[in-house]
Design a protein around this ligand. Structure first.
Ligand code: SAH
Ligand code: SF4
Ligand code: F3S
Length: 469
């Protein structure tokens, strides 16, 4: 397995410390330290990467500011999964022009999946002259050098490297210490025909189990009550490596760490769901009884053209096994509506699948052509009115189904992790348990980060309500 060599990482960390020393010499410490602000788009993998960006920014002597206008270092971690995600990045970076005009010493760097595509890095170089640099998903550890160069007035940089390695030893500033991301592998080998991820995240590479376990132990010691193992294709963990440890065995070893915590993992690919993984979910008390298993479509024809490598029948077999072994498991999935060539019949197949499985929640997306992927060149691209109408029907149908699924919890006693103050009602807390949806309940904010026992009193399609017992 290719690791970024230790010396490179140490050099970068040294560069970061030198930047911090420069600020100290200028008397910029404490409240006067320059601010940094990290903006994150996309998936949990990006959230985890942003925690490393924050770690590096703090090592460089910057302090976190909530208001981007006060930041002298702005890092945007981008996503390329759909056109909408990329548009939002262009629009938000457009707003930074006036910050740079007011404060020319502001350093602006754009990283992540979007700028790991040459045409997007080029666009930032040519059309956004106030952006100092872009960095690809494999180059997070180079950010100290990029920032140091920008501060020294050196040339702007828009390089895309082609070596994806595992980089250990970067500092991390975690947003929510009680609920932690833990990346166990990076990249994807699957090349689903619609998806940009394999082109911008490189091939699958699994971290050594010892490194993962050491981080997990540290997290539990630091008070983490929920750990989510992350990978684009997390259940193929270990396949690429020379060590002998698969995802089921990794989960078992993490569960053996002493302490009261819940373990989650995402995202799993149906073709790689082993019987052992299902067993481990059934057997290990610490594993949350929630399985996210993206199906994408309920038509074999569409699945074949998506290059998903399974059939509806095979998928349903896994679901049946899961339901048998893990009674009452919460199931969620991802669906793409309007994939090229999707007929009314194909779409009805997907609706039928939703009915058959009974998901607690789905994430549905209208197909968005991505430059460089095979599906973008396929015949039979679906007009937006057609996919929009299918999307609307699916959402309506699933909302009713979700409410029905949530209702099974009403009257039950459940254990949830008090996660945060409710975003919709600041008088309430939001908690997470085995159910796919969040639970709102009245409680002291001091409970955040602790497990609480609730009685579920009501539910809707998107959330549940409970009271502390
Ligand atoms: N690795 C995960 C998640 C990938 S991205 C997996 O394999 O499931 C999350 C979801 O975005 C995908 O599951 C898919 O439903 C959706 N997605 C990916 N590419 C897309 C595209 N071009 N248009 C619309 N949705 C897309
Ligand atoms: Fe994309 Fe498919 Fe890989 Fe998921 S498994 S990241 S959908 S290519
Ligand atoms: Fe987006 Fe990259 Fe994640 S494309 S969904 S941020 S892997």
């Amino acid at each position: 397995m290719i690791h970024t060599d230790e010396k490179t990482v140490l050099n970068e960390l040294e560069t970061a410390r030198r930047v911090a020393e420069g600020f100290v010499r200028e008397g910029k410490v404490g409240d006067k330290a320059p601010g940094y602000h990290v903006v994150t788009f996309g998936c949990q993998q990006n959230e985890a990467d942003s925690e490393r960006l924050a770690g590096l920014a703090e090592l460089m002597g910057y302090r976190h500011v909530d208001d981007v206008n006060e930041a002298r270092l702005i890092l945007v971690n981008t996503c390329a999964i759909r056109e909408h995600a990329e548009k939002r990045v262009f629009s938000i970076v457009g707003e930074y022009k006036h910050i740079k005009n007011l404060h020319p010493d502001t350093v602006i760097g754009i990283g992540g999946c979007m700028v790991t595509q040459a045409h997007r890095a080029e666009k930032f170089k040519l059309s956004y002259p106030y952006v100092n640099f872009t960095f690809d998903t494999g180059s997070i550890h180079h950010v100290p050098t990029l920032v140091a160069n920008a501060l020294a007035g050196k040339k702007r940089s828009f390089v895309i490297g082609d070596e994806y390695a595992i980089t250990e030893g970067l500092p991390t500033v975690r947003k929510t210490p009680h609920s932690a991301w833990l990346s166990v592998m990076y990249g994807c080998n699957n090349f689903c025909s619609y998806c940009i991820v394999p082109y911008v995240r490189g091939r699958e590479r699994s971290r050594d189990p010892e490194d993962v376990l050491a981080e997990a132990r540290e997290l539990v010691k630091g008070g983490a009550k929920e750990i989510t193992l992350l990978g684009q294709n997390v259940n193929s963990y270990g396949r690429d490596a020379d060590f002998d440890c698969d995802i089921a065995s990794l989960i078992r070893q993490i569960c053996a760490i002493e302490g009261d915590f819940k373990l989650r993992f995402m995202t799993s690919h149906p073709k790689d769901v082993s019987d052992e993984l299902i067993e481990v979910m059934a057997a290990e008390e610490k594993v949350a009884k929630h399985f996210h298993l993206p199906v994408q479509s309920g038509s074999d024809d569409v699945l074949r053209r998506m290059n998903r490598k399974y059939t509806v029948g095979h998928y349903l077999e896994i679901i049946d096994k899961l339901k048998n072994k893990v009674p009452d498991v919460s199931l969620t999935t991802d669906i793409i509506v309007g994939f090229p060539g999707e007929t009314d019949e194909d779409f009805e197949g997907t609706m039928e699948l939703l009915r058959r499985v009974g998901y607690d929640m789905i994430f549905s997306f209208i197909y968005s052509p991505r430059i460089g992927t095979p599906a973008a060149k396929m015949e039979g691209q679906i007009p937006p009115e057609v996919s929009g109408e299918r999307f609307r029907r699916m959402t309506e149908f699933q909302d009713a189904l979700s409410e029905e699924r949530n209702r099974r919890f009403v009257g039950r006693h459940v254990r949830v992790l008090a996660d945060e103050i409710s975003k919709t009602n600041p008088g309430m807390l939001t908690g997470r348990g085995d159910m796919a949806r969040p639970v709102h309940f009245a409680g002291d904010p001091a409970l955040i980060g602790q497990f609480v026992e609730l009685e579920i009193t009501a539910c809707g399609s998107y959330s549940l309500e409970g009271k502390i017992i």
